[in-house]
Design a protein around this ligand. Structure first.
Ligand code: EPU
Length: 416
């Protein structure tokens, strides 16, 4: 197992180029299962999660080839509509193959994902949605089997806005017979890009980017090529790094995906300027305390909550951070406390009492975003911080230590 060793308290400056979005590429890869033929996906980040999805597509019978950042997927040989436990347990997003497989092949068997590091993450909305489209869904031996001769369009109202359930049901509905209306659909940019990709393939999805999607089912879809949108969460992580640690220009991004983050950062007193595809964030002292409450897009993303807590650990007052999407997503807090951060957690509300400085210590990462927050705190802390179990960070950040090193950080990967 690798760890990151960080010598902190360095001023970071320069430009960093942001990779393709993990949470956009994963459903796009699953969507290729709806076609027969060869698709090319560009700007694919080299992450553990993209590699896991490639392995899953291989098991399902597709032929895949990743060359630089271009992934070629040939689905003509798909013959095994099944996602085994071994893969699903390492990446919940494997569940994205359920909708396309049942729509295209009339049957799919996908392992039920377990909980995750920060608590239960249900899949009831995915399953109810598929049943509404006429699939027969059964659970046995830890696997979900969905079957349907041809899915039938229907009206689906999600009681909670869910990125994954929206993606799964849209991918199922595009090949269903008749019209499907999804109310309270997710509007995250990653779902918007999935819908755009499906429309490029011949689907008829209206209302893309709104919370009501109307889908007219079609008989078949054709393979197409696409370039993945930039990762707004990786971008937001480096923007927070700019506000904490120096002067960082985050490049090759779509600034409008980050409006809530820009607003909150401005309130902290950070210096912000931006162009068409970049944002520069400069640390200006003091860092003012700013409360955030996570919300669905375009609100402040839960995937930046942990990093915000790290930033607030160095503010000159008290900030309240509330996660309304995941009530239990706070495993970074005991670890940040080991670096000297003063945080009180009650249910889904963290109260952070800012300090002048943090002190390096050994800490352990527990999930992707918690790891990012520990790296930020370690980069800001006095002395040495060792972040262990960094396989979590490799799931969602491409070459993170390399990118920080280019900004002037002293950060090395070592085997434990
Ligand atoms: N929910 C249900 N039932 C369901 C599905 C979701 O109750 O069937 C609830 C969840 O428990 C949660 C809320 O709905 O409270 C929203 O969850 P959502 O379904 O939107 O999450 P997800 O699709 O499982 C994706 C991202 C997450 C990100 C969330 C929220 C991918 C692969 N994952 O998860 O990303 O936190 O949306 O934006 O897109 C990450 O990248 O580190 C990550 C965890």
């Amino acid at each position: 197992m690798d760890k990151l060793v960080i010598r902190g308290n360095r001023h970071l400056t320069g430009k960093v180029s942001i990779s393709g979005a993990k949470n956009a590429v994963l459903p796009i890869m699953a969507a290729t299962l709806l076609t027969d033929g060869v698709s090319h996906i560009k700007r694919v980040p080299r992450l553990r999660d993209t590699k896991t999805m490639i392995r899953l597509l291989d098991i399902i019978g597709a032929a895949t080839d990743l060359n630089d950042d271009i992934l070629t997927i040939d689905t003509t040989t798909v013959n095994n509509p099944e996602a085994p436990y071994d893969l699903v347990k390492t990446m919940r997003a494997s569940f994205y193959v359920l909708g396309p497989l049942v729509a295209k092949f009339g049957t799919a068997r996908v392992s039920q994902p377990g909980g995750c590091a920060w608590g239960p993450r249900p899949i009831d909305l995915h399953l109810k949605g598929l049943e509404k489209l006429g699939a027969e869904v059964t659970l046995a031996g830890g696997y979900i089997t969905a079957k349907a001769d041809r899915l039938q369009g229907n009206k689906i109202n999600f009681e909670i806005s869910s990125v994954g359930a929206t993606g799964n049901i849209v991918m199922a509905a595009v090949l269903a017979e008749g019209e499907t209306v999804i109310e309270n659909a997710a509007r995250e940019p990653e779902i918007v890009q999935l819908c755009q990709f499906l429309n490029l393939m011949g689907a008829e999805i209206n209302g893309v980017g709104t919370d009501v999607l109307t889908i007219n089912g079609v008989e078949e879809l054709s393979p197409r090529d696409i370039a993945v949108i930039p990762d707004r969460i990786e971008a937001g992580t480096f923007m927070i790094a700019g506000a904490m640690l120096g002067d960082i220009t985050v490049c090759d991004i779509i600034p409008e995906h980050l409006l809530a983050v820009i607003d909150r950062l401005e309130e902290t007193g950070a210096g912000i300027s931006q162009g068409d595809d970049w944002i520069r964030v400069k640390q200006l002292e003091p860092i003012k305390p700013v409360d955030v409450t996570t919300a669905v897009y375009p609100g402040f993303p839960t995937d930046l909550q942990a990093q915000w807590v790290a930033l607030m650990g160095l503010s000159d007052g008290t900030a309240v951070v509330t996660d309304t999407i995941y009530n239990d997503r706070f495993s970074h807090i005991p670890e940040l406390s080991r670096l000297g951060a003063k945080i009180k957690l009650e249910n889904n509300v963290a109260v952070i009492y800012g300090r002048d400085e943090l002190q390096g210590a050994p800490v352990m990462s527990t999930d992707i975003r918690a790891s990012a927050s520990l790296i930020l705190a370690g980069l800001a802390a006095q002395g040495v911080t060792e972040v262990s179990r960094i396989y979590h960070i490799d799931r969602g950040y491409e070459q993170i230590e390399e990118k920080f090193r280019q900004l002037g950080a002293v950060i090395d990967r070592r085997s434990e």
